[in-house]
Design a protein around this ligand. Sequence first.
Ligand code: ADP
Length: 487
Amino acid sequence: MHFEEEIKLLLSSRHLIIYIITDEEERLEYTISQITQRDCQYSIYSWDFIDGYYNNPNYVKQAIRNPLGALEFIDNLESKTPKIFFLKDFHVFINDISIIRKLKNLYRSLKKSNSHIVICASEIQIPILLRENITLLEFPLPNYQEIKAELKRLFSVLQMNSDLFLEDLVIAYKGFSIERIRRSIAKVILSDRSLDDIINIISEEKKQLIQQTDILEFYNSTNKLEDIGGLVNLKDWLTKRTDSFSKQAQNYGIPSPRGVLLVGIQGTGKSLSAKAISQHWGIPLLKLDVGKIFAGIVGQSEERMRSMIKLSEQSAPCILWIDEIDKAFTKLTSSNDSGTTNRILSSLLTWLSEKESQVFIVATANNVLSLPAELLRKGRFDEIFFLDLPNFQERSSIFQIHLMKVRPLTWRNYNIAYLSNLTDNFSGAEIKQAIIEAMHNAFYEKRDFTTEDISIVIHEFIPLSFTDQESIYTLQSWAKSGKIRFA
Ligand code: ADP
């Protein structure tokens, strides 16, 4: 639903305290005042900590530096007409017990005069005692039309002709607030760089935004799809979607791919695939450390999740790599974290199924059996791929890839078929490890390494898969029954 419609619905259905999250209070205040002006029903009273009430001539400077006073003012107003009290930064004061109590007590008088409190906050800080009384809403960042209108306005003020790159700019600025767009344009104009360079400048700004946080990390990947041995279904699927984030694909009517879940035991190439997709599609890779979402203080994790989603949408089109998602979410989520894990999971699930932005999710998991069933349900990911242990053919190509890397001229001298035969039950990572181990052994003896050196290492090696047979069997049977797909 559009934000304006949603607000109107909340006002008419008597949601008395509405908590809106935004970093754009000016735009929000403007939007709310537009709604009230159009409806002509409400008068609006705005308050902030420094100026007190400021936009109603009869009550200027009331309750300066006095948040409790701001609420008492609401209680004492005689007039019976419906009003909206727009309180800025109130999340800073809302955890105070006198504020909590006063807000609860205000309920009756708000109801009587059909008035509402709108709290404008930059983060979620709702005390548990008020959860039932407050309706939470997010003020969306400017949409395509709004960005376009703002850019047109800016360029006409600057008397510049922007027709040539307007469309590209609108897309590049998706995820920015209006204020940030204004600052960004000003920066470009004041710098020596040409307007043609603007798209690069915007992507640098996006990178800086990400770097300011510790939840997401820009990942520079050099791995290509050709570096992956086997996994032909996965590679084929990805190759077919190479240009699916382009304007041409959008014009063609193709919805942007949403994401994949890659499952399988450790070392089968899940991380390698995430990195290679980014290279192959030519879009940036952001790595999410799920553990960092779960911060110590109650409420903070939700806030971090929200800002992670926002940041990744700002960087779209991009790949969001959620590494080891199974470590954060398990079926048996304990109840001793006051439901935080479940709330985070449900906001992730909602985002996965409703997201319209061009953020392609690559989630990886070793232990899929412990993952909550909701994550595996249709509609969350485009596909769930099972990265099985490589078969003979696949092992051969993994040997070839790694030997070619270290011995680009002489790799043909190694008996790859022989080695592939010996490595039943080895993962890709273990094959690579065997080669490296053999190199160390031979290097120590001051000679080049041979097929024999690798085979000695292989014979001494106990592959991880021997300890994880149960999950491999289950995954194989799921993939055979079509529940998930062989990669
Ligand atoms: P996972 O994320 O599944 O635990 P990784 O992708 O981290 O496994 O694998 C570790 C390393 O092992 C990779 O960087 C790569 O060098 C090697 N490797 C694993 N699978 C393959 C494969 N299918 N083809 C080529 N190399 C592989």
